[in-house]
Design a protein around this ligand. Structure first.
Ligand code: SF4
Length: 223
């Protein structure tokens, strides 16, 4: 990971126990519960030019946001909307550094946990995501067991593979966005708990990733 520029260098920040976090973040992937992120004064994800998906079931959010700030989500069914951002990259609902609809914020915001990038060893994106990247680089997990440490290594190995071996996937179809890579890496980490020599050729590893991802969708946890 590149060193943060000096103007955004942060001190280390406790990301919590990796094993406990992993359990919670997996549940959040099921889409009904978010994690509790110790954000402190950080507003990185609220000021980083993010498009926010507002789902039809986010009824309280839809009632709280002025209609002129929402547009229909491209390629999605009716009722799915997108909240854009202001010229400076800030969420238009963020007022004086505070979310003005916090109690009614959409599931997308409840689910956002920038520690997935730290877990996967990835930046959140380019220059426009620098505030998130600074936080990602500052997070430090702790480990209660060797198993947790090995699980973190497996997540990072999975992310590296997905990022660097796209051609190994059928049709080259593998996630490109860092957030998608990080989430998939967490879901399929069990593939990388085996030594590299036991995983076979890259195409076999890609097949195992696809299988593990499907199993996660069925069982809600890694195979
Ligand atoms: S970037 Fe991370 S720490 Fe900062 S506000 Fe967003 S989720 Fe919280």
């Amino acid at each position: 990971m590149e060193e943060a520029p000096s103007n955004v260098r942060h001190q280390n920040i406790d990301a919590g126990d990796f094993g406990a976090w992993l359990e919670k973040v997996q549940v959040s992937f099921l889409g009904t519960e978010g994690t509790v992120v110790p954000c402190g004064a950080c507003r990185g994800c609220c000021t980083s030019s993010q498009f926010i998906h507002v789902r039809p079931r986010d009824t309280r959010t839809l009632a709280a946001i002025p209609k002129n700030l929402l547009v229909k989500a491209p390629g999605m069914t009716d009722g799915n909307m997108v909240l854009g951002f202001s010229a400076d990259g800030s969420c238009p609902i963020l007022l004086n550094g505070t979310c003005s609809i916090y109690e009614h914020r959409p599931q997308t915001c409840r689910d956002y946990d920038c520690r997935v990038f730290a877990a996967a060893g990835l930046d959140a994106g380019g220059q426009e995501k620098e505030r998130i990247n600074a936080r990602v680089r500052a997070w430090r997990f702790t480990y209660s067991t060797e198993r947790d440490l090995a699980a973190h290594d497996a997540v990072k190995a999975a992310a590296r593979f997905i990022q660097n071996k796209r051609a190994s996937f059928p049709g080259g179809r593998a996630p490109i966005a860092p957030g998608d890579i990080a989430v998939l890496a967490i879901k399929v980490r069990s593939v990388f708990s085996a030594p590299e020599t036991a995983r076979g050729a890259p195409a076999e590893t890609a097949t195992a990733i696809i299988r593990a991802s499907r199993e996660f969708e069925i069982y809600g946890r890694p195979p």
